[in-house]
Design a protein around this ligand. Structure first.
Ligand code: IPM
Ligand code: MN
Length: 356
């Protein structure tokens, strides 16, 4: 993306503490753009549980059409205590990921300065890797059904769908990313080839074929169960991981806790194609019980804003945000847990702006 055009960002605060943390992400985004002379235009979109309960709408077509014109969305959180689980997740979050064909779920796993990890004796230099999760296929496609539902003979199927195109574009992106990251230059495929002998055979063959185009990148393989063990025992081993949607969902929660938890971890849902709409989000949910109390940790949302800048071609502004986050986590915050930070949600945003 060109760096000298205006940066247009759609902000979807969503549910619970989502709007509070998104506001801090936006505050830092605005401050960083000002310092870096980036013209920024933002617009708030009212989507989520409240709107659904009032109007029955989750993602109206007109809103989708408007969002389509933005290269980037900053998302707060999705999930409302008065809405049955799955409705908003499927109708909004997964809908946006699928309809915008955001086929990369990028999850940097970096232990920031001053942030506590549950791994004994580990520090920031040990935990710094990236998970590239495929984001449009696998068990997330919603294919399957019931037979004889509600009877003792009930059958339920839930299909995992993998396509050559789907895995190849994700794997290729992960190789490019590993090359650009330029650390260990090692890409680990995480799958379960010993059991999922069709779908993950496709992934395995595609991974090895694409690898030929990247002779400078070292290839590596972990079964997903072993990967979980290694991540806890030797997190420093990993550089970049590429994996399927469902396994990626699971291992990024494990990875998220290693980097200090949901108050810190952020992710990008990326459509890397020209004109693609990408979406950046903190990993923590809507945390209803903390809503409106100014106690939730906005670092993850600020982290998401930094990722958004990087994705939109503003690497320098992004680096500035990441540095400022670490100044604040390293020297100003007591903890990353909600209510125990030693300051409020809005103060954390202010502190990061000061540190920029
Ligand atoms: C995530 C979340 C989502 C997922 C849920 C909320 C549908 O857990 O972003 O990892 O499973 O992808
Ligand atoms: Mn998840």
């Amino acid at each position: 993306m060109s760096t000298n055009q205006k940066l247009r960002v759609a902000v979807v605060g969503g549910d619970g503490t989502g709007p509070e943390v998104a506001a801090e992400g936006l505050k830092v985004l605005k401050a960083a753009c000002k310092l870096e002379n980036i013209a920024l235009e933002t617009k708030d979109f009212d989507l989520g549980g409240e709107r659904y309960l009032k109007t029955g709408e989750i993602l109206p077509e007109a809103v989708f059409e408007e969002l389509k014109t933005y290269p980037a969305i900053l998302l707060g959180a999705v999930g409302h205590p008065d809405v049955a689980p799955g409705i908003l997740e499927k109708g909004l979050l997964l809908e946006l990921r699928f309809r915008f064909d955001q086929y990369i779920n990028l999850r940097p796993v970096k232990l920031f300065e001053g942030v506590e990890t549950p791994l004994a004796g580990r520090g920031p230099k040990d935990i710094d890797f990236v998970v590239v999760r495929e984001n449009t296929e696998d068990m997330y496609v919603g294919m399957g059904g019931f037979l004889k539902k509600g009877t003792p003979d009930e059958v339920a199927t839930q299909l995992a769908v993998y396509t050559r195109k789907g895995c190849e574009r994700c794997i290729r992106w992960a190789f490019e990313y590993t090359r650009k990251r330029n650390r260990k230059k090692m890409l680990t495929l995480v799958a379960k080839t010993n059991v999922l002998t069709f779908g993950h055979d496709l992934w395995w063959r595609t991974f090895n074929e694409v690898a030929r185009d990247y002779p400078d990148v070292k290839t590596d393989y972990n079964h997903v169960d072993a990967c979980c063990m290694w991540m806890v025992k030797n997190p420093e081993y990993f550089d970049v991981i590429v994996t399927t949607n469902m396994f990626g969902d699971i291992i990024t929660d494990l990875a998220g806790i290693l980097q200090g938890g949901m108050g810190v971890a952020a992710g990008g849902n990326i459509n890397p194609e020209p004109g693609g709409v990408s979406m950046f989000e903190p990993m923590g949910g809507s945390a209803p019980k903390y809503t409106g109390k100014n106690v939730i940790n906005p670092i993850a949302a600020i982290n998401a804003a930094g990722m958004l800048l990087d994705h939109c071609g503003h690497a320098q502004a992004a680096a500035r945000v990441m540095q400022a986050i670490q100044t604040v986590t390293g020297t100003k915050m007591k903890s990353q847990a909600a209510g125990k930070m030693g300051c409020g949600t809005t103060e954390v945003g202010d502190l990061v702006c000061e540190a920029l």
